[in-house]
Design a protein around this ligand. Structure first.
Ligand code: ZN
Ligand code: MN
Length: 486
């Protein structure tokens, strides 16, 4: 961004809540069914049908609020947002206007959630972006525009939808990226949503304006639609901020409007103008009673899980893993659980277990397109494999072969696999004579070691490892050399 300009960004995120049934009827919310099969008079908006509140959706929204430090007003209510569009045949959406379920709160921008290429020079480390509100509403039907017709699927209509509105406190495309990643991570952590952008479970509208540094008043805001990934939001913002500055530099002005991001062309395109404030003629929905939420807040408070940053801190303290490893492990709740049970059932230092989880397990999961909770190898067996190395039964490389075999036949015992692969616990007598041989063959190195150059112990260990064709346990060899020479 050119130096004399500031960008101001606010994000509105719509997130589908993971419930079995819809917001105001008992139709299922499952994804990918035949079009217009999960429907009833209520979610089709037929005259005379009446809405009934989904308790789970209210609970999950309040839980999201607790995770993000929001407050919940004692009473919240339901309002009709009136507009005319085929995706909402009753011509209003049931939403919340002046008394939403959650007010205030903030999204912390976790450093590991910034784009990788930006993590070395984060402008505002530790920043939190304040939230304006979170309200609950119903999703609309999905229209698809074909060459000669438009078709509409009501399976999605009435799915519980949370709208999370940030304050305009985001200053760069990279902060917007970190905001969305962190929000997504926290919602998944809380089990509130799968928050998959590709499935439309998380959708994002971006408001952005630019102004000169010395100006106090915000510039005219442009809304960007059609964001289908978090990295697209970053790309779109970079383009749009530069475009807005160009217009101002050429003496032009902006009109409040909605633009769309064309990810293939890499440009924003004008979509439609927007009057200053849409007149949705909100009014209270006469079919629904307000919600008194005190008891729900108390109940949900006991269900608040440990958040990713809290878990990472604890891993660093309790297991003495590095800050980086702690964040990788805590980034996914199932991965964190996997690591924790492996570390607890292993005798090896947790640092080693962490290495195995991050390097070996994650690689195998990625290769097979699996998630931590669907790993064929349970945490106890990974721990047993690490323990084989720790006990000196196999070398680290041999353990990797054991894990390879374990991945194919996870019901087997790692120690049994090691035996079958011929990884006998090293014959200590034989190794001992290899050590003596190495010492006898290298009198000059031995002299150097004994006069204080202890680094050469590793070199000598290497000679023994080579002679044993990798069968010896390097740590035991080193210990034994030290015992003999020092
Ligand atoms: Zn329905
Ligand atoms: Mn909305």
């Amino acid at each position: 961004m050119r130096e004399q300009y500031i960008a101001t960004i606010g994000l509105e995120v719509h997130c589908q809540i993971r419930t079995r049934s819809k917001m105001f009827c008992s139709c299922r919310t499952s994804f990918g069914e035949e079009p217009n099969t999960n429907v009833c008079p209520t979610c089709l908006g037929l005259p005379g049908s009446l809405p009934v509140l989904n308790k789970a959706a209210i609970e999950q929204t309040i839980l999201a609020g607790l995770l993000l430090d929001c407050t919940t007003p004692e009473i919240s209510k339901w309002d009709r947002k009136n507009y005319f569009y085929p995706d909402m045949p009753k011509n209003y959406q049931i939403s919340q206007f002046d008394l939403p379920l959650c007010i205030g709160g903030a999204v912390p921008l976790y450093e590991h959630n910034y784009p990788k290429d930006y993590q070395k020079n984060i402008a505002n480390p530790g920043k939190n972006v304040s939230l304006n509100r979170i309200h609950l509403e119903e999703d609309v039907a999905k229209s698809t525009h074909l060459a000669n017709a438009s078709v509409i699927d009501f399976n999605r209509a009435g799915t519980p939808l949370m709208e999370i509105v940030s304050d305009p406190e985001i200053e760069t495309p990279e902060e917007a990226f970190a905001y969305l990643k962190t929000l997504q991570q926290i919602l998944i952590y809380g089990g509130i949503s799968d928050a998959d952008m590709e499935k439309g479970q998380l959708r994002c509208d971006v408001n952005v304006s630019v102004r000169k540094q010395e100006e106090d008043e915000l510039g005219t805001k442009i809304e960007l639609k059609n964001m289908n990934s978090i990295s697209a939001v970053r790309r779109a913002l970079h383009y749009e901020i530069e475009r807005q500055i160009d217009v101002l530099e050429e003496g032009g002005t902006h009109v409040q409007a909605t633009w769309r991001w064309n990810d293939d062309a890499g440009i924003t395109e004008f979509m439609r103008g927007k009057e200053n404030a849409h007149d949705y003629r909100y009014f209270p929905d006469p079919d629904l009673l307000p919600v008194r939420s005190g008891a729900i807040v108390d109940r949900m408070r006991s269900l608040v899980p440990e958040l990713p940053h809290e878990k990472a801190d604890r891993f660093e303290r309790e297991f003495e893993v590095t800050n980086y490893d702690a964040n990788v492990l805590a980034s996914d709740r199932a991965l964190a659980d996997y690591f924790e049970s492996a570390a607890r059932s292993s005798r090896a230092p947790a640092k080693k277990t962490a290495n195995w989880v991050i390097n070996t397990l994650l690689k195998h999961l990625n290769d097979d397109n699996l998630t931590p909770s669907s790993s064929p190898v349970p945490p106890e067996r990974l721990a047993a494999t690490v323990d084989l190395v720790e006990a000196g039964t196999v070398s680290n490389n041999q353990a990797k072969e054991v894990f390879e075999a374990l991945w194919e036949t996870p019901e087997r015992d790692p120690a049994g696999i090691a035996r079958e692969l011929g990884f006998e616990p090293a014959d200590t007598g034989a190794i001992d004579s290899l050590i003596d041989e190495a010492i006898a063959n290298n009198p000059d190195k031995v002299a150097e070691i004994q006069s204080g150059n202890e680094k050469l112990v590793n070199w000598l260990t290497g000679q023994v490892m080579k002679a044993s064709r990798g069968k010896a346990n390097p740590r035991q060899v080193t210990d034994s050399i030290r015992a003999k020479l020092l």
